[in-house]
Design a protein around this ligand. Structure first.
Ligand SMILES: [Zn+2]
Length: 231
């Protein structure tokens, strides 16, 4: 079980209420979703992402594919540094950017990766075209996903399936496409037993969720708190 996140305050997630299901609106259109709920997404500048180092290939999102980092994150305060390290490693390996579109830490903070219109990258053999790649920090072969992390993962998956009109059955794990343990046993079993899909469906049936970028001073302050171990 996650032992480093039990006492954390999760009030940062702002649930403004749930309205009736409405029309789809573009990403980060906060005003149009004001009667629903929104999660903050730490913008790239706030977590210290470098600019892309190469050209992206465009794609149209048709499925959601879930990953883990494969590394046990002993302290969640190390998450932003782990992401900076992952981006550097991916860019050194020839990818234009961190491989994923969204990353989620042990406390459920969501970070923006590469643009969603950009095809993801992989060290394994599968075509990433059409896949929205979500990555949870941790190694779920060795540890359980935390409840905050799972909640944020379901939120991002709900946002994506609704916005891009993706059937719930197309929320799958990396190992469904390639020879890998990713996203680890504890996370994969929640995909297999339908519990993630159920939460995503319920979330969308109750009005959906929006993602709002947290940038500038607010974003930097949040990352500072995460790195101090206080958020
Ligand atoms: Zn993976």
């Amino acid at each position: 079980m996650c032992t480093d996140c039990r006492q954390q305050d999760v009030s940062r997630r702002r649930f403004i209420g749930t309205g009736a299901a409405g029309a789809l609106v573009p990403l980060l259109n906060a005003a149009a979703w004001a009667d629903k709920g929104a999660d903050d997404v730490v913008c790239r500048a706030a977590w210290g992402a470098k600019p892309p180092s190469g050209k992206f290939k465009h794609h149209k999102i048709e499925r959601v594919t879930i990953h883990h980092s494969g590394v046990v994150l002993a302290q969640n305060r190390d998450a932003p540094a782990a992401l900076r390290g992952a981006q550097a490693y991916h860019q050194d390996s020839g990818f234009p950017d961190i491989a994923y579109h969204f990353m989620i830490d042990r406390h459920g903070h969501i970070y923006k990766g590469r643009p969603r219109w950009a095809r993801g990258d992989t060290f394994t053999e599968y075509p990433t075209k059409g896949h929205l790649l979500l990555m949870c920090e941790g190694n779920f072969e060795e540890q359980d996903i935390s409840s905050q992390q799972l909640a944020s993962l379901c939120d991002v998956a709900a946002w994506a399936t609704r916005l891009f009109d993706i059937p719930i059955g197309r929320i799958r794990g990396h190992r469904d496409y390639a020879a890998t343990a990713c996203p680890g046993e504890d996370l994969y079993r929640r995909l297999e037993n339908g519990s993630i899909k159920k939460r995503v469906r319920r979330r969308n049936e109750s009005g959906g969720i929006n993602l709002e970028q947290l940038c500038g001073k607010k974003g930097k302050r949040l990352v500072h708190r995460i790195e101090m171990g206080t958020d």
